[in-house]
Design a protein around this ligand. Structure first.
Ligand code: CMC
Length: 428
């Protein structure tokens, strides 16, 4: 017998079905609530208790610190496959065979060219523009250069759009960074791996041969995998809701990039590094900043700490902390910023304020340290996150459209003025 939840309003009872997911999570299906109760809605600011969809892409258990893509543990994926295989897995549901993987990469390579006119748009941005604003605009501009509407029900159409955006995004990212640095806008090398090519496109000097660094390739590959999807986070929900109006894939992703930019979301990786640098410049007194973070009259938050869903530990942060240690070790870099990060982490993990609120380091706490070691400018950190999150956004867009989800349109509880008489301008 199927289970129900009973709600009682003014002595009248209403039954709602309980739905159980494959990991035994339970949801109350309230899709009939308003009709059954004649107008009652639920209110859940920030969607802390509200599922916006059913999804078969990513499983996350915040209490146990579990993250899986399509059933595979993130720890195993980070060890055993590369970013493009993860992208394929997320978008199409299964790990690719060798042939599928080779074809996927070849097709992406074939699409890794951007219309020359895109450079004119890039030229128009001031040097001071933040790279996330530029990337969001350029992703949206791609729609103008690739106007075909994606028919999500056509596997061929969808596949073509996927390889297009995966091919062009790294070019846009590299050009954005190079433009800010006054370097010529060029292409990478289609004979090398996807992640290697990202690094080459970003760092190749016009007058010197680019030498690959395996430590950087491995670290970036891992970071991109760890960022590739995170179920219904702010930017992904944005992509799904924009796409639910049947806006195109690129336009929806552009909106997702804007959401990711926020410092409470992906922008935290830039904010973390700036915070660590500020603490260092201020004499390295971590206790002072711990006190600020706990002071309710001070807007300062310990960036890179806390998570809406993880209330035990962020499994991505565990892997990244190790990777940061290893990268700095392998490169023989002694970074005082890493020491400050470790002190802050230690103090926070022992501090009742952070313990009671279940605030742990999140994925962004250590990622910036790796990006910094690679020579990536701080302003580009969130852009690197966006490259990583791209497969997740695409997978979620595709799933939402294939499930024929209705347009996203939340309700509200109106708390403004009730009807009042109009006042003429001379009487206001
Ligand atoms: N420093 C100090 N106090 C904090 C922090 C922090 N980083 N995060 C949460 N708190 C406190 C908050 O003040 C509140 O205290 P109280 O109950 O006394 O009012 C309590 O903890 C709960 O916080 P919340 O804001 O209600 O929690 P939330 O689930 O709405 O917010 C968060 C989650 C990630 C936005 C928040 O923890 C935060 O702002 N962290 C810093 C920014 C950050 O690192 N973001 C990256 C998230 S991971 C990357 C990604 O996937 O986007």
């Amino acid at each position: 017998m199927s289970k129900t939840a009973t709600l009682e309003i003014d002595g009248k009872k209403y039954d709602f079905p309980l739905i159980t997911g494959t990991e035994n999570e339970v949801a109350i299906d309230i899709s009939n609530l308003r009709a059954a109760t004649e107008g009652v809605i639920t209110l859940d600011s920030g969607f802390k208790n509200t599922g916006s969809c059913e999804s078969a892409i990513t499983f996350l258990d915040g209490e146990k610190g579990i993250l899986r893509y399509r059933g595979y543990a993130i720890e195993e994926l980070a060890q055993k496959v590369d970013f493009l295989e993860v992208a394929y897995l997320l978008i199409f549901g299964e790990l690719p065979t060798k042939e599928q993987n080779d074809k996927f990469h070849d097709d992406i390579r074939a699409q890794s060219v951007v219309d020359e006119d895109v450079k004119k748009i890039l030229e128009a941005f001031p040097k001071t523009a933040h790279p996330m604003g530029i990337i969001s605009s350029l992703t949206s501009a791609l729609t103008a250069f690739n106007p075909s509407v994606v028919n999500v029900e056509s596997d061929v159409d969808m596949y073509n759009s996927v390889v297009k955006i995966l091919g062009k995004m790294p070019v846009l990212v590299a050009w954005t960074m190079r433009k800010k640095q006054g370097l010529p806008l060029d292409y990478g090398d289609d004979s090398i791996g996807y992640v290697e090519n990202i690094l080459k496109m970003m760092f190749k000097k016009p007058n010197a041969e680019y030498k690959q660094n395996q430590i950087f390739i491995d670290a970036l590959d891992k970071l991109l995998i760890l960022h590739a999807d995170h179920e219904q986070n702010c930017s992904t929900s944005t992509v799904r809701i924009v796409g639910s109006a049947h806006a195109g894939l690129f336009a929806s992703i552009s909106a997702g990039i804007s959401a990711l930019w926020g410092p409470l979301h992906g922008g935290a990786n830039q904010a973390v590094l700036e915070m660590l640098q500020a603490i260092e410049a201020d004499g390295g007194d971590t206790k002072k900043y711990m006190a600020k973070a706990k002071d309710k009259n001070d807007p300062f938050r310990l960036m890179g700490f806390g998570h809406r869903v993880y209330k035990n530990f962020d499994p991505r942060a565990k892997i990244i902390k190790q990777a940061a240690d290893q990268v700095l070790n392998d490169l023989g870099i002694e970074d005082p910023i890493l020491d400050i990060a470790k002190s802050l982490e230690k103090e926070a993990l022992e501090d009742p304020y952070f313990v009671e609120r279940k605030l742990y380091p999140n994925v962004d706490f250590y990622s910036g340290i790796i990006y910094r070691a690679m020579g990536i400018p701080t302003e580009m950190f969130t852009v690197m996150f966006a490259i990583g999150r791209l497969p997740g956004w695409i997978a979620q867009y595709r799933e939402m459209r294939l499930r024929k989800e209705p347009i996203g349109r939340p309700r509200q509880l109106y708390t403004g003025a009730t009807l009042r008489p109009f006042v003429e301008v001379d009487k206001r």
